[in-house]
Design a protein around this ligand. Structure first.
Ligand SMILES: Cc1cc2nc3c(=O)[nH]c(=O)nc-3n(C[C@H](O)[C@H](O)[C@H](O)COP(=O)(O)O)c2cc1C
Length: 420
C-alpha cells in the first residue's frame, strides 16, 4: 500500500495507442497500491484492449462512450470527472492531445478531461514523427501552460518497428508522477528533506571494493515517501541498483568521503536529514593504482583507516539539538545489544530520532522490524512492516516535529512583536 494513493480516486484515461495494453498494468498497480481506479476509454482504445480487462482489474464500471449512463442514470463521464482526485491519461494519442488542447469533447476521455477540475497527468505514446510534429508540440505546450503534467515519452522500439522517441514512459515513472502530483500540497510541502541511502563502497583497487550488504531500499522508500508529502528531496546514495524515484534530486556518493561532502553540501537549507545509508567505518589506507594480482603474494594484509563520521560532523557543525532548525534522524543497524547501541548513538550524535533495526536480516528485505527511539526517551516498537510503511512512520515524526517547530517560532514571533 502507498499512503498517498490510499482513499484516492484516480481516473485513468486510455486511448487508441499500441501501448494501451500497458494501461492494464497501470490500473492493476494503482489498485493494488490502494487507489480506487475509474477507467474511461476512447472507442479506438477498445480496439486494442477490452473494457472487460479493466473492469476485472479495478472491480469498477468502465466508461467507453460519452453517451453512457451509470446504472443510477447519472451521466458516466460527468460523475467520473467530478469524483476524480487526479486524471491520468496513459497512453495519450496525438489525436487525443489535439482534442484536449482545443477543448473538443466527443469521446469519453476528452469529455471527462474538459469537465474535471482534478490535476491532469498525461503520458503520450506515438511514432516519433507524430511526437516531433510542430502541431503535437504546440498542443503539448498549450496543455503544459494550462497546468497539465506531461510524463515525456521515452526512446525505444515503436509500433512501426522503428526506434526513436515516442514510447510510453516507464510505468514506474508514471506512477511516481501520479504520487508526486497527488502529494504536492502534503504536510511536508515547502520543506527540504535530505535522505542518505545504500551502502558505501571503498575501493581497494580499480576493480575491487570493500562494501556492505545494504540495499538502499529503506532510504529510497523514505525519499519517495517525503516526495509524496510535497517535500523537496535530495537523495544521496551509495552503491545501489535501485531505480531513482522520479521527482527527487539524486546525488551519487559511492564512498564515505563523497557522502560526507554531499551531505554537508545539501543540509544548508534543509529542514531534516535522514541518514539511512550504511556508511563504511573504515576504508583501505591505500588504493592500488592497478588491479592487485594474486601472483604477487600468498597472503595479503589490508590496512584500514577510519572514515569520517558523518553524523558526528553534522552534530559538531550545528547548534545543540534543542536549539537547531535541522532535524537529524539516524539509523542503528546492529547484530547485538540493538537498543543499548541505538540509545548510545542517539545521545552521542545528538539525534532527534533513531530507528533501531536488527541486521543482517533487514538488509535487502522488503519487510523490517524496528524500534523508534526519541531524544526524550520515548520508544515505539513496531512489528515487522513494509519499508514503505516504516518510512511513513519516520516521516510522521518529521512532519509533527517540524509543525511544532513552526508553531513555536510563530508564537515566539508573536510574543516578540507584542501581537497575538
Ligand atoms: C496498430 C496501431 C497503433 C497505433 N498506435 C498509436 C500510438 O501509439 N499513438 C498514436 O497517437 N496513435 C496511434 N495510432 C493511431 C490512432 O489509433 C488514431 O489516431 C486514432 O484515431 C486515435 O483515437 P483516440 O485518440 O480517440 O483514441 C495507432 C493506430 C494503429 C492502427
Amino acid at each position: 500500500m502507498i499512503r498517498v494513493l490510499q482513499t484516492k480516486t484516480i481516473l485513468l484515461g486510455v486511448t487508441g495507442s499500441i501501448a494501451a495494453y500497458k494501461a492494464a498494468t497501470l490500473a492493476s498497480q494503482l489498485t493494488q497500491a490502494g487507489a480506487r481506479v475509474d477507467v474511461v476509454m476512447t472507442r479506438e482504445a477498445t480496439q486494442f484492449i477490452g473494457a472487460l480487462t479493466f473492469e476485472a482489474l479495478t472491480h469498477r464500471y468502465v466508461a467507453t462512450d460519452v453517451m453512457a449512463l451509470l446504472p443510477d442514470s447519472q451521466i458516466a463521464h460527468v460523475a467520473m470527472a467530478h469524483r476524480a482526485d487526479l486524471f491520468l491519461i496513459a497512453p495519450a494519442t496525438a489525436h487525443l492531445l489535439a482534442k484536449l488542447a482545443h477543448g473538443l469533447a466527443d469521446d469519453a476521455v476528452s469529455a471527462t478531461a474538459l469537465d474535471t477540475r482534478a490535476p491532469l497527468v498525461i503520458a503520450p505514446a506515438m511514432e516519433t514523427g507524430m511526437w516531433e510534429h510542430p502541431a503535437t508540440q504546440a498542443n503539448v505546450a498549450t496543455l503544459v501552460a494550462r497546468g497539465a503534467v506531461i510524463v515525456e515519452p521515452g526512446i525505444g522500439q515503436l509500433a512501426s518497428g522503428a526506434s526513436g522517441r515516442g514510447r510510453l514512459a516507464d510505468l514506474d515513472d508514471i506512477v511516481d508522477t501520479v504520487r508526486a502530483v497527488l502529494g504536492r500540497a502534503g504536510d511536508l510541502a515547502q520543506r527540504k528533506i535530505v535522505v542518505t541511502a545504500g551502502g558505501t563502497q571503498e575501493p581497494l583497487d580499480p576493480v575491487r571494493v570493500l562494501a556492505n550488504r545494504s540495499s538502499g531500499k529503506m532510504g529510497f522508500a523514505l525519499a519517495a515517501g517525503a516526495r509524496d508529502r510535497g517535500a523537496r528531496v535530495t537523495l544521496i546514495a551509495g552503491a545501489t541498483s535501485l531505480r531513482v524515484p522520479r521527482g527527487v534530486e539524486f546525488v551519487a556518493a559511492p564512498t564515505a568521503r563523497e557522502m560526507r561532502d554531499a551531505v554537508l553540501g545539501a543540509i544548508g537549507d534543509a529542514d531534516a536529514l535522514v541518514m539511512a545509508a550504511a556508511v563504511a567505518d573504515f576504508r583501505p589506507a591505500h588504493t592500488a593504482e592497478q588491479k592487485i594480482k594474486k601472483e604477487h603474494a600468498e597472503r595479503l594484509t589490508l590496512e584500514l583507516v577510519r572514515n569520517p563520521d558523518i553524523l558526528q560532523e553534522v552534530a559538531s557543525r550545528l547548534p545543540p539539538a534543542d536549539r537547531r532548525a535541522l532535524l537529524v534522524i539516524g539509523f542503528a543497524a546492529e547484530t547485538q545489544d540493538l537498543l543499548a547501541h541505538a540509545r548510545a548513538k542517539l545521545k552521542a550524535k545528538g539525534l532527534d530520532l533513531i530507528v533501531a533495526n536488527p541486521v543482517p536480516q533487514s538488509f535487502g528485505a522488503d519487510i523490517e522490524a524496528a524500534t523508534l527511539l526519541t531524544r526524550d526517551g520515548a520508544a515505539m516498537e513496531l512489528s515487522p512492516l513494509p519499508k514503505e510503511e516504516l518510512a511513513e512512520k519516520v516521516l510522521d515524526f518529521v512532519s509533527a516535529k517540524l509543525a511544532r517547530h513552526s508553531l513555536n517560532e510563530n508564537s515566539t514571533m508573536a510574543r516578540d512583536t507584542g501581537s497575538g
